[in-house]
Ligand binder design. Structure first.
Ligand code: ZN
Ligand code: CU
Length: 488
């Protein structure tokens, strides 16, 4: 079908295999862009345009949505967002794992793991509105939608984080969350595994339920544990749905620790127990290794741990903890203690579990990339092409249409990003043109900042942000709210 467009359009992509983002098989179609929207699709040979792009032999998909990022401050620091655009990502969700750049009032250094987002001096947004204004003054190449971090709220109102919040502090956090969502945030994230949030009681978390319910907002959670008691932690997360009918998204779903390998089916069974009308979902990254700050409770000889940064010993970045410990004639734990504060990659997941979780119908793709890390986990530069190339094409884990759905239509629906994630007339022209035969993640654990291959063009809101291997700093990203309204 083609739609009547009376005069010329800005660009037409001819003859690409178009994936709608809903999981349907591709169709060869022409797609026209006018302004920031998709103007038409079908046989567009009768339309006029000055910018003709040959898409034959290539795939056209909705721009990918990275639902799990820590790009809060990176968007302002490096608006080109090369690590994202070179993967075809056109929208990022910030504020995950309990840590957000807004609304934040730092009294001293950023507490662990808020320090993953940036330096103390970069935390300048005491309200979500201030953060939105800063983004809109200097937009990035990608769209952004923001969660409010529970650890950030705790740090705003509590002097000491290694205890539960008291009633006054809970009231203050509820007010800050309420205000931030009213200003445009999507909802709340927690990072209950981290020591600075772990002392929060179940009651402290559930106190946010009425605020989220009032705004029909989301709850995302890095579970209280991803180790032995992971099923109990899922029960705790699902209380938000059971008690308040709030949409719950479990962050980077996984079975951590060698003695939990093989338990992924139990995690998926937990979702099934919630019932088929449950709106709970999850995200995952496509690697059998995690990364965060160097956590003393996760130090083990069961698997390799690579140190990615260390404030007192920066020269140790890139080396394994075992090597460092043996050089220093210390135990692993003693060496890890000396390195603090530090970051690490933990090779502590089973490949089979990773695949089982990626293939789960509710799983969205989220990179969890750490842009400030001097030796980042390769997920920062490789997650999306790796799902399309390695897992879909090479391993046959799911069809290309399904792989794309997990990073477009499914994500937009879960985060209620209206008019995005689906190729359809009238939707925003967030688009990626790629080669299904050559798409490939090049970033490795050794050489982790290599851009992917096979991405030909990327558009964010109708503006080209990548042409062949050339980044274009179009700064055409928008701040998105979950009602689909953009803050212009
Ligand atoms: Zn996390
Ligand atoms: Cu994260």
């Amino acid at each position: 079908m083609s739609y009547g467009v009376s005069h010329s359009v800005d660009s037409i992509i001819y003859g690409a295999d178009v994936f709608d983002g809903l999981g349907n098989a591709s169709q060869p179609l022409d797609v026209a862009i006018k302004g920031e929207r998709i103007a038409a699709l079908g046989d567009l040979s009768s339309l006029q345009t000055l910018n003709k792009i040959d898409g034959h032999g290539l795939c056209l998909a909705p721009g990918f949505i990275d639902v799990h990022t820590h790009d809060d401050l990176e968007l302002l620091r490096n608006p080109a967002m090369a690590a994202k655009i070179t993967q075809g990502v056109t929208t990022v969700i910030t504020g995950n794992c309990g840590i957000s750049a807004a609304p934040a009032k730092l009294h001293s250094d950023a507490p662990d793991p808020m320090n993953l987002l940036g330096d103390k001096s970069e935390f300048q947004f005491s309200s979500m509105a201030d953060y939105i204004t800063a983004f809109q003054r200097q937009p990035a190449n990608v769209n952004v939608a923001a969660l409010v971090g529970h650890t950030t709220l705790r740090n705003n109102v509590m002097g000491e984080l290694l205890r539960p919040a008291n009633a006054d502090e809970i009231t203050a956090m509820q007010q800050q969350l309420d205000e931030a969502i009213a200003q445009g945030a999507l909802g709340l994230s927690t990072g209950l595994a981290y020591r600075n949030a772990n002392h929060a009681s179940e009651a402290e978390i559930l106190a946010f339920g009425p605020v989220l319910k009032k705004h029909n907002a989301l709850y995302t959670t890095h579970l209280r544990t991803e180790f032995d008691a992971v099923l109990d932690a899922m029960d705790e997360a699902f209380l938000m749905e059971n008690n308040f009918d709030i949409k719950v998204i479990i962050s980077h779903l996984k079975c951590a620790g060698k003695n939990n390998w093989g338990r992924a089916p139990q995690l998926l069974a937990k979702f099934a127990e919630q019932g088929k009308n449950s709106r709970c979902s999850c995200d995952a990254y496509p690697y059998a290794a995690s990364s965060s700050t160097l956590d003393l409770t996760q130090v083990t000889a069961d698997f390799e741990i690579t140190v990615t940064w260390s404030e007192p010993h920066p020269q140790m970045a890139g080396r394994t903890l075992a090597d460092i410990a043996s050089d220093w004639h210390l135990s692993l734990l003693e060496a890890a203690t000396q390195l603090q504060p530090a970051g690490a990659i933990y090779h502590g997941l089973s490949e089979q579990d990773v695949q089982t979780i990626l293939a789960f119908e509710r799983t969205m793709i989220g990179s969890d990339g750490l842009p400030c890390d001097p030796h980042p986990h390769p997920r920062l530069w490789g997650s999306f092409p790796r799902v399309l190339g390695h897992y879909s094409r090479d391993q046959g884990l799911f069809s290309l249409a399904t792989a794309i759905h997990k990073m477009t239509g499914l994500s937009a629906a879960n985060y209620r990003l209206t008019d995005r994630g689906v190729i359809k007339q009238g939707n925003f022209a967030d688009l990626v043109l790629f080669n299904r035969h050559t798409i490939c993640d090049n970033a490795t654990f050794i050489n982790s900042e290599l851009p992917a291959s096979g991405i030909h063009r990327v558009w964010t809101n109708g503006h080209a942000t990548l042409i062949d291997n050339r980044m274009i700093v179009a700064r055409s990203g928008k701040f998105l709210t979950s009602h689909g309204k953009t803050h212009d």
